[in-house]
Design a protein around this ligand. Structure first.
Ligand SMILES: [Mg+2]
Length: 375
C-alpha cells in the first residue's frame, strides 16, 4: 500500500460571529485540506493549520509530497521525521509541524481504513469512553459573554473557558460576570500572551477572587522562564499553551516546573505520533495535557478526539472549534458534545465523512476573499 498522490486545497472557514481574543478579532480561519490517495485507491483525509495567505502552506505540502509518493503508507515515523529535516523546515520547526500534521493525519486515516479500526486503537487504544470538552464563551461585550456563558453552563458543560487579555477593566468586569453566570462550574481564563511578567502577576492577583481553575499562557509565547516566574509568584495554577509546541518544549516546561498543565494540539506537536510523545513526557513528569484548538474544522476536532480517547494524562475541558464556524466540513462523526462530552468513535480511520458542498464553499471563499480575515 503505497502513497500515490497528495492533493491540497486551501480553504477559508468563516466564523459564525467575530472571534475575539487578546488583541485581535478573527472573521475566518485558514486551513488546507489534505487528501492522500494510495495506489490501491484508499483516500485519507487530513487538515493542516495555515494562516492567510495559505499559499505558503500549500507550497510546503507540495514541496514535500515527492518524498511521500511511492513510499509505504505504514512508514509514518520515517517519512514525517525525514520531511521535518528538509531544507527550510530545519530552521522553522513550528511551521514544519503545522504543515506536516495534516499530511500525517491523512496517513493515519488510511491506515485505520485499511485495518478496519478507528485510529485511537492504532495509537494504543482508548483509555476512556468519552472525552470532556469545555464551553467556549463567545461574544464581545460583557453582557454578550455572560449570556453565552450562562447558555453553555445550561447545556451541561462542566468547564467554561473565557478569553481575557483585553484590558484590566474589561477583564475584571467580564470575568466577574461570567463567574456569576456559571455558578460553581470550573472557569478557565486564557490571556493568550497578553501580559508582561509584572502585569501577569498583578492581573492574576486580581483575578484570583473569581477562582479560576487555571490561567492559560499569561506571558509571551516563547519564554518558558517568564511562565516559571509567574507560576512561582501567584496562587492560581498556570497553563502553558503558546510556550509549548514540540516534545522538546514539553520536556523543558516539565524540567523547569514552569507550568501546572500543558495545552497542546497535534498541529503544534507535529502530528498524532508527536503529540503522543509530548504527552508521554508530560505524563512522566506528572503534568496533565489538554487538547488545544486553533481555527480548524471538524476534521481536526475528530482527529484530536482520537488522541483524547487514548491519552492517559488528559484533562477535562478540552478544546474543540468546529462549533464556532458558519458551517462545518464534516457530516460524521457527530461532534456535538452532550453535557460537554463526546463518546467513542468506532468507524475505521479517523471516521470522517466530508460534506463536499461545504468543502467547495470553503475553497471558493478562500479564492474569492481578499485575504483580510482579521481586524
Ligand atoms: Mg490558549
Amino acid at each position: 500500500m503505497k502513497i500515490a498522490r497528495v492533493k491540497t486545497t486551501p480553504m477559508a472557514l468563516a466564523f459564525r460571529e467575530p472571534y475575539h481574543w487578546a488583541g485581535r478579532v478573527d472573521h475566518a480561519a485558514a486551513v488546507v485540506l489534505v487528501e492522500v490517495e494510495t495506489d490501491d485507491g484508499l483516500v485519507g483525509i487530513g487538515e493542516s493549520v495555515a494562516a492567510f495567505p495559505a499559499e505558503g502552506t500549500v507550497a510546503a505540502l507540495q514541496g514535500v509530497a515527492p518524498l511521500f509518493v511511492g513510499e509505504p503508507v505504514f512508514d509514518i515515523e520515517r517519512l514525517i521525521t525525514g520531511a521535518r529535516h528538509l531544507g527550510s523546515f530545519n530552521h522553522t520547526p513550528w511551521h514544519a509541524n503545522f504543515v506536516l500534521s495534516g499530511l500525517e493525519m491523512a496517513l493515519w486515516d488510511i491506515l485505520g481504513k485499511a485495518a478496519g479500526w478507528p485510529v485511537h486503537r492504532l495509537l494504543g487504544g482508548a483509555v476512556r469512553d468519552e472525552v470532556d470538552y469545555f464551553g467556549f464563551v463567545q461574544g464581545d461585550t460583557t453582557d454578550e459573554l455572560a449570556e453565552d456563558a450562562r447558555d453553555l453552563a445550561a447545556a451541561g458543560y462542566g468547564v467554561i473557558y473565557l478569553k481575557i487579555g483585553r484590558g484590566e477593566d474589561a477583564d475584571l468586569r467580564t470575568t466577574a460576570a461570567v463567574r456569576e453566570a456559571i455558578g460553581g462550574r470550573r472557569l478557565r481564563l486564557d490571556a493568550n500572551c497578553a501580559w508582561s511578567v509584572p502585569e501577569a502577576i498583578h492581573m492574576i492577583g486580581r483575578l484570583a477572587q473569581f477562582e479560576p481553575e487555571w490561567i492559560e499562557q499569561p506571558t509571551p509565547l516563547q519564554s518558558i522562564a517568564a511562565l516559571r516566574q509567574v507560576k512561582e509568584s501567584v496562587s492560581v495554577p498556570i497553563a502553558a499553551d503558546q510556550a509549548v509546541f514540540t516534545p522538546a518544549d514539553v520536556y523543558e516546561i516539565c524540567r523547569q516546573r514552569a507550568a501546572d498543565v500543558v495545552v497542546l494540539s497535534p498541529h503544534e506537536a507535529g502530528g498524532l505520533l508527536a503529540f503522543g510523545k509530548a504527552a508521554a513526557i508530560a505524563e512522566a513528569a506528572g503534568v496533565p495535557v489538554c487538547l488545544h484548538g486553533q481555527g480548524v474544522s471538524g476534521i481536526t476536532d475528530a482527529a484530536q478526539h482520537h488522541l483524547g480517547l487514548r491519552t492517559a494524562n488528559l484533562t477535562d475541558g478540552n478544546q474543540i472549534m468546529h462549533q464556532l464556524l458558519v458551517e462545518d466540513l464534516v457530516t460524521a462523526p457527530d461532534l456535538t458534545p452532550a453535557q460537554g462530552k463526546i463518546g467513542l468513535f468506532e468507524t475505521p480511520g479517523l471516521g470522517i465523512e466530508l460534506d463536499w458542498d461545504a468543502v467547495r464553499r470553503a475553497a471558493e471563499r478562500y479564492e474569492r476573499d481578499d485575504g483580510c480575515h482579521h481586524s
